[in-house]
Design a protein around this ligand. Structure first.
Ligand code: HEC
Length: 277
């Protein structure tokens, strides 16, 4: 009896290992480990990098991918790429002073104004387009999934707001994927070892040729790798826009607990002074 149970258990274990093995094969190559500024308990985003990453998203990725969990005004919130501060009547990006309400932030208003969103005219009932406002969600470029697929050979470009959390190895995976195209095609798709199954329906969005003609406002040279790093940083921020605020709060809580522990220890010493125990 015991032998039969043991044999059955071994068989199950072997099957299990086999199953896991084939799942790994379908998962694609292990991404390269990259050092990001926001990693670790005190890591923060590089504001200039987020702005550059947004430029890449806007000029390239937003043709096919939305960011439906974000509104344009999130860009101007504390920790966001375009958070603006007012001091002595002057509004600047970053810096000190009072945070400008993201709805009135001139940078955010200008960004939103550049995107067109559709709406239904309440008077006529006819669908029309208008420039976006800071309170609008990031526009999804296709009217619906069917049209999104039709424009992309049947593949659906996923929303990118939480893609960094939705994939194993998040930012590292995205970076390896975007840099990992071999340049060859098979069955109308592109070969990319980092994509599960090895084939991806998205044409390489950031190639060396694209980088050659891309110009950053801040004077940083746009190489393929720089553009990929920047857009991945922007997507990591989009995935967790409150990260910096949360880390700061965590640090304050730790400092508070440390001071509280010192005070409690001093009080304990005071109360029990002179008492034999
Ligand atoms: C011309 C349209 C198009 C553009 C432009 C585009 N993508 Fe895609 N993207 C797609 C399609 C289609 C898919 C789905 C691919 C598939 O399922 O094989 C996709 C998938 C993805 C995925 C998911 C991969 C996965 O693991 O499933 C990521 C991440 C991504 N794109 C990032 C980007 C970034 C970043 C940019 C801008 C630099 C960009 N894309 C530009 C069409 C596009």
């Amino acid at each position: 009896m015991l032998r039969r149970i043991l044999i059955a258990m071994t068989a199950v274990a072997l099957l299990g290992v086999g199953g896991v093995g084939s799942a790994w094969a379908a998962k694609g190559e292990h991404p390269h480990d990259h050092e990001w500024s926001w990693e670790g308990p005190l890591g923060t985003f590089d504001r200039a990098q987020l702005q550059r990453g947004f430029a890449v998203y806007k000029q390239i990725c937003s043709a096919c991918h939305g960011l439906q969990h974000l509104s344009y005004r999130n860009l101007g919130e504390r920790g966001g790429p375009f958070a603006a501060y007012e001091s002595h009547g002057e509004i600047t990006l970053g810096g000190h002073g009072r945070l400008v309400d993201p709805n009135d932030n001139p940078y955010v208003v200008a960004i939103a104004d550049d995107f067109e969103v559709s709406f239904i005219d309440p008077d006529t009932g006819i669908e029309d387009t208008r420039p976006a406002r800071p309170s609008d969600r990031f526009r999804y470029p296709f009217a619906n999934e069917a049209l999104g697929r039709a424009a992309n050979n049947g593949a659906y470009p996923p929303d990118l707001s939480v893609i960094v959390s939705a994939r194993h190895y998040g930012a590292d995976y995205l970076r390896s994927l975007l840099l990992g195209y071999t340049g060859e095609q098979r069955d109308g798709k592109w070969i990319n070892p980092y994509m599960g199954g090895g084939l991806i329906a998205m044409a390489p969005p950031i190639t060396a040729d694209v980088a050659e003609f891309f110009v950053y406002d801040d004077g940083v040279t746009a190489t393929q790798e720089q553009m990929v790093d920047d857009v991945v940083a922007f997507l990591a921020w989009a995935n967790d826009p409150k990260m910096e605020v949360r880390k700061q709060m965590g640090l304050s809580v730790l400092i508070f607990l440390f001071v509280l522990a010192l005070l409690l220890y001093a009080a304990y010493k005071q109360v029990w002074r002179g008492v034999k125990h």
